[in-house]
Design a protein around this ligand. Sequence first.
Ligand code: G6P
Length: 609
Amino acid sequence: MCGIVGYLGRRAAQPILIEGLKRLEYRGYDSAGLAVLEDSKLVVTRTVGRISNLQERLAAQPDSPSTIGIAHTRWATHGEVNEVNAHPHRDASGKIAIVHNGIIENYAAIKEYLATRGISCRSQTDTEVLAQLIGLLYEGDLPAAVRSALAEVQGTYGIAVMAIDQPNMLVAARKGSPLLIGVGDGEFIIASDATAIVQSTDKVIYLEDGEMAVVTPEGVRTATLANVPVNKQVSRIEITLDQIELDGYEHYMLKEIFEQPASLRNCFAGRVNTAEGRIQLGGIANHWRQLTTSPRLVLVGCGTAWHAGLVGRYLFESLARMPVEVDYASEFRYRNPIIEPGTVLIAISQSGETADTLAALNEARERGALVLGIVNAVGSTIARSTDAGVFLHVGPEIGVASTKAFTGQVAVLTMMALALGRRRHMSIGQFEWLLGCLDRLPNQVKWVLDQSAHIRKIAEKHIEKQNWLFLGRGFNYPVALEGALKLKEISYLHAEGMPAAEMKHGPIALIAKGTPAVFIATRGEQYDKVLSNMEEVRSRGGHLIVVGCEDDDRLRAMADDFIGVPETPDALQPILNVVPLQLLAYHAAVLRGCNVDKPRNLAKSVTVE
Ligand code: G6P
């Protein structure tokens, strides 16, 4: 949420800052800006809207020779979307410029204090208050001024700061909002995530909460906010440039949907061993004993990750016979949760930076739980904050609407549930059979993807319908929720997902002639009951769009529109069943002219509570 880039080196800063911002645009994109240093002046350019607007504005100006600068793409928290509220922000003297991710919670109190010193703010943002405070405290020692200002701040931040009279220095600090420093050949790039620096270097220093970095041509000095030096390791970034390019696809979301056969294969690689009948999950190898005997697993996440957690509950209960609780990370944290001895909390997050999920895992750890992570972004805060975990290995996900990360999360949960099941009660025969089915999933996903054109036609038929229902039971209930979320996120159509049986307790009132009702009705324990629910919709004039097993002629005959998927055991079916719903949402959004990869009001990783 919001993106930061800072550059200090030998090349012109502006093109590198813009390139970095474009890579970070998926994190927030309502306004953008940058500051460079020219003739001992801070030159700040800000625009409302996408990075392309900022680029146009800059193109109308002479090229900047500055080799230092900071830049930001915003997802508004405090203050409406306009140029004055866009970052970078400066202090009253114009000497200091800052970009900031996070929320300064006591900004009102600091603002009042600034007023007593005769300083008034121009913008409505919490960030300007910090810029003013640093400016007020600045007496030629930028790190000292930043340190003193941050000592007064409550809240979260990732910041990059520069000063007019320090042409060779950037100061960065972090608390609760990710920040890293790319180390290149005679140059340094500060960024809020690794995608912004891969085009220049694969060497990176990750700042931890409560740490500050002073970047000069001589190198990076890291210390705590109390100025105790900290020795940091230089790590290697795992993602590559081609992973974050469009590669001929029109949108990242489509690319990522189509990557799923490969991303699932990657996720299973070295883990699912059908020849030896084993599942190996190296990241949690030391924790099987506690997992196997745990009285309760608690799964937390937000958005799509929470839906993956819901599938996880069905998986752990049915395959491993373990009690499971699933909660929204934001709710778990504040409801005084009960953590009995032996509880294992599993935090699920694609980005590894979601503030609510991070807060939930910290809460659980403080109460004595073992905390595991199911995370995609290696090196992310959640990945580094958990006791152990399993990475998705599905590659970077850029499209705001999560797709391959969801199937990756469910794949990891499936492997964990199977491995636990085998350790607890599952027969070798059943285990090996399920392992074989798991192994076939990537190819079966490919089969579903081949129906993209057919699914587009279905989307086309219903594109004017404003209200959609998504219904499923058992394993397909979370899939219904995820299908509805995908549609509303990127096409702005109203969609509700629910357990098919719940429909009759209220939502059935929404069904009118032609209302699209998407049923996920592959064969499983509750198959016959779902068919009855479908009849209830049909008899009220609803239009049945049905995802079912490809050879299910009865269902095909009953449906107004039918999308076939290969059959696999009920527990594995969600990975296949969600794919047509991802495609349905994608095509609907494209047909409606929506910005698929950057839907309005959303951001890829939400680093504020
Ligand atoms: C945001 C995104 C969602 C995502 C959720 C959790 O709301 O827009 O797509 O599911 O955050 O993100 P995480 O990175 O923790 O999986």
